[in-house]
Design a binder for this molecule. Structure first.
Ligand code: NAP
Length: 283
């Protein structure tokens, strides 16, 4: 499993991690076994959120006794993201997860609460050792600029270490501006829904056939090729959600797959980036 520094942190984090949205809707034992298998295979980055219901509790069960193997990320809902609100939301998540700290805590998306209040709340949590770092999710360039202004004008606040954004073969909007912005700011870019939230290209589609051909040349699978493509740039990570050990094992295999420039160009052509949208897509 390839690892790379997670933004400005000195942490080496697996390029393929584990998403957990809707993990609590499937077979619980299988999902917990999947998380553990992922950790065994070096997928240390586990992504969750207070919004994901019982997923945090299931993660708590999966990581019991092996907290040090995990790069644990959770998210606060925008409505809870006041300076005081992030404290209580974080405490709730820590309790559900059965841990005393998060590796990174994210603002799930931007809401109405001023960014400075949220950042001060995050910094309070950092000072208390309850989170090691903080970041954002679903931030477009305008939001990132506003956040940079808050950090610069206050002077005494740390900065975000990552931006978690929608990114899959049929949704490459971040490549226009968000990805370069984050790379310039030395932030990690974590691509969510890398399999299109369950809508992966069919094997008999033109794009699916391109993935299958490249996969066959590597003795790999189409999903592994997709994940390798989505993590081809230095700041990138992907967090597929998998509810079974078999799926997680397949996804982990992408962490050792490198595509040649020619193969990257083939995938690029089969799944074009498309025009720059007005706003950053999110789900
Ligand atoms: P996804 O990872 O794109 O797709 C998940 C689907 O792919 C599930 O149906 C899963 O089935 C299937 N799958 C996974 N591995 C597979 C394999 N090897 N073979 C066949 N099917 C496979 O969707 P997602 O859950 O939307 O995104 C991933 C994570 O990103 C989330 O879980 C969450 O942690 C994060 N996320 C964040 C935000 C945000 O706003 N920040 C938004 C959305 C998602 P099984 O469950 O049966 O394995």
């Amino acid at each position: 499993m390839q690892r790379r520094p997670f933004g400005p942190t000195l942490r080496q984090v697996s390029i393929i991690g584990q998403g957990t949205w809707r993990l609590d809707e499937g077979d619980k034992a299988s999902a917990i076994a999947a998380l553990r298998r992922g950790l065994d295979l070096g997928m240390d980055h586990i992504d969750t959120a207070e919004m994901y219901g019982d997923a945090e509790v299931m993660i708590g069960e999966a990581i019991a006794g092996r907290r040090d193997d995990v790069f644990l990320v959770s998210k606060v809902l925008p409505g809870n993201a006041s300076r005081a609100g992030v404290q209580t939301a974080c405490e709730r998540s820590l309790r559900r997860l059965g841990t005393d700290h998060l590796d990174t805590y994210l603002l799930h998306w931007r809401g109405d609460i001023p960014l400075e209040a949220t950042v001060r709340g995050f910094e309070d949590l950092r000072a208390a050792g309850k989170i090691l770092d903080w970041g954002v999710s679903n931030f477009d360039v305008g939001d990132l600029n506003d956040l940079a202004d808050v950090v610069a004008t206050t002077g005494d606040l740390g900065g975000p270490v990552c931006n978690q954004v929608l990114y899959h073969l049929q949704e490459r909007s971040i490549e226009h501006a968000v990805l370069p912005w984050c790379e310039g700011a030395n932030m990690a870019v974590v691509g969510y829904s890398p399999f299109g939230h369950g809508r992966f290209p069919r094997p008999d589609s033109p794009g699916g056939r391109v993935l299958a051909q490249i996969a066959a040349d590597h003795g790999a699978t189409a999903r592994q090729v997709a994940l390798a493509f989505l993590t081809r740039h230095a700041p990138q990570f992907a967090i597929p959600k998998a509810g079974s050990p078999a799926h997680v094992t397949e996804n982990a295999g992408a962490g050792d797959l490198s595509l040649s420039p020619v193969e990257i160009a083939l995938v690029d052509r089969a799944f074009p980036r498309g025009p720059k949208p007005r706003g950053l897509p999110m789900i």
